[in-house]
Write a new protein. Structure first.
Lengths: 92, 432
């Protein structure tokens, strides 16, 4: 099974407004960044070269892993998407 | 414009819909608020739906009406390494007789069905509504506000059944403001499409029979385990990881899931299938110690929001506990309406009912299990020990045999150490 395709099989209704907002300065100063490997949806990418965190909310599975593993509370916002938006499971 | 109800339930999962159902049946005007476009849209689980005594009581034909899958007649535990596995299987005639012990289900179907039963009983289901905050009037809890909507939903009492992260319980000051990653697990799951006849043949099933397999040793040393469940014409395959362990491992859930699905024995089970959906969800696995305050002024907490999940390593229970707690919370609200007392003291009968029920009794009994399961050897060394020992037993190649008990002690000494073996055995004995 090609793991890169795994994310393509889940449906989303994407909200323009992000339901999770990060203070990237906190991520830059973080010694852990467990979000990058723990997020099951690959939403967090850390670039060592640029010393920069990138977060994309589009493919978020709304599981809350980042909310729990982040010990710096880098979130200026962490809530569920507005009603009707976000991940839509069909048969799981 | 605001609208007033006699009770608001936040979250139309098993806890919320059970609560709404029993309150609506008692004649209360109930709002059941759900952030998905339909109940169950946001939910997944990797598990088996067990008996739901509280719902069966109010709903004698529950199991004939519910949206269910196969009933589980065969359960297996597999100790797995990179290229071998050792399984125990129990298949019982009793598991094939009604009332069945467990079913595979799809949450988007089951949760929706249960919520619709609450609607039939008279509850008002409000979908596409993410609750933003609790609303207070004159110092008293008065309702909830919805993200992106003007107006409020008002009621003298709110049941927080808003799931594992329960922001409602946090806002009411009933749970700790931050979670401990050591008390949380994340599950990831691939739904794999497969023709029904292929599933029946491959797993030895007939009629509506189903199979559930748990795996240990398949997580590359991260604390956790795997599962495979048969649906009618698909397989649910996934892994669960303790978050504290996953975080420091540097490994990703999807790479580990991929490696699990490529393990030779598992690959054979799923070959010929087609990936259909990928999902993830958190599981509160802290057990009894993790349960927040269940009751506050004007508010009760039920289901995952109250961390009601029993993970002993052998069974994983959650929906049954959620549903039970929802019914009991609903009963407490019905009583509070009779007495017109929605204070913490007026609602405290919920806590009492919970303590008398199997929910709190079981969680108390297994309160040491979460700690016992925080032992890395369970996820690596023991599966290796089991597989290599069994392989030795069955290997007949002309090499002179060794005494088996001596050999077992020798390999146990090598792989885990005898002191550890004794300590782990004792810890498991005490926890279970």
């Amino acid at each position: 099974m090609n793991i890169d395709e795994i994310f393509d099989h889940t449906s989303f209704t994407i909200d323009r407004e992000a339901h999770i907002v990060l203070d990237y300065a906190v991520c830059t100063g973080c010694d852990n960044r467990g979000c990058v490997n723990s997020c099951p949806a690959k939403c967090y990418t850390w670039s060592g070269e640029e010393q920069k965190m990138t977060f994309v909310h589009d493919g978020c599975l709304e599981c809350g892993t980042c909310y729990v593993v982040c010990h710096r509370n880098a979130f200026t916002r962490w809530r569920y998407p507005r009603g009707g938006f976000g991940v839509a499971y069909r048969m799981t | 414009m605001s609208k007033t109800y006699q009770a608001i339930v936040v979250g139309a999962g098993p806890a919320g819909s059970s609560a709404a159902l029993i309150m609506a049946r008692a004649g209360l005007d109930v709002a059941l608020v759900e952030r998905g476009t339909f109940p169950g849209e946001k939910n997944m689980f990797g598990g088996v739906l067990h008996r739901l005594p509280a719902l069966e009581e109010i709903f004698p034909d529950f199991w004939d009406r519910a949206a269910l899958g196969r009933h589980i007649i065969k359960k297996s535990v597999t100790f797995m390494t990179g290229d071998s596995s050792f399984s125990t299987v129990i298949e019982s005639g009793n598991f094939d007789k009604t009332p069945y012990n467990g079913y595979s289900i799809f949450r988007p179907r089951f949760d929706n069905w249960l919520a619709q039963e609450a609607v039939k009983a008279g509850a008002t289901l409000i979908t596409r509504a993410t609750v933003d905050d609790l609303v207070y009037k004159d110092g008293k809890l008065a309702g909830v506000s919805i993200v992106g909507r003007t107006g409020e939903l008002l009621a003298p009492v709110v049941i927080a059944a808003d799931g594992v992260l329960s922001f409602i319980a946090k806002k009411a000051g009933l749970r700790q403001p931050t979670f401990n990653p050591a008390q949380m697990a994340v599950g990831v799951k691939a739904l794999i499409d497969m023709p029904r006849e292929m599933i029946d043949d491959r797993f030895g099933l007939v009629r509506e029979q189903g199979f559930a397999n748990e795996f240990v040793g398949c997580t590359a040393g991260v604390r956790g385990g795997g599962f495979l469940y048969t649906n009618y014409d698909s397989l649910s395959v996934g892994l669960v990881f303790h978050l504290a362990s996953l975080r420091v491992s540097g490994k990703t859930p999807y790479d580990l899931l991929n490696a699990f699905m490529e393990q030779p024995q598992l690959a054979k089970m799923i070959s010929g299938g087609r990936l259909q959906e990928y999902s993830a969800h958190l599981i509160p696995e802290g057990g009894y110690e993790m349960i927040p305050e269940l009751v506050g002024d004007g508010i009760l907490v039920a289901g995952d929001a109250a961390a009601l999940c029993n993970a002993t390593g052998l069974n994983l229970e959650g929906i049954n506990l959620a549903s039970q707690s929802g019914v009991l919370a609903g009963k407490a609200v019905i009583e509070a309406h009779q007495n017109r007392n929605f204070s913490k003291q007026g609602l405290s009968v919920y806590k009492k009912l919970m303590e008398e029920s199997y929910v709190i009794k079981d969680l108390k009994l297994y309160r040491k299990a979460p700690h016992m399961l925080h032992n890395d050897r369970i996820y690596n060394e023991y599966p290796e020990l089991m597989c290599s020992f069994m392989e030795y037993i069955y290997r007949i190649d002309g090499a002179p045999k060794e005494n088996l008990s001596k050999l077992f002690l020798k390999s146990a000494k090598e792989k885990v150490g005898l002191g550890n073996l004794l300590a782990d055995g004792f810890s498991a004995w005490r926890a279970l």
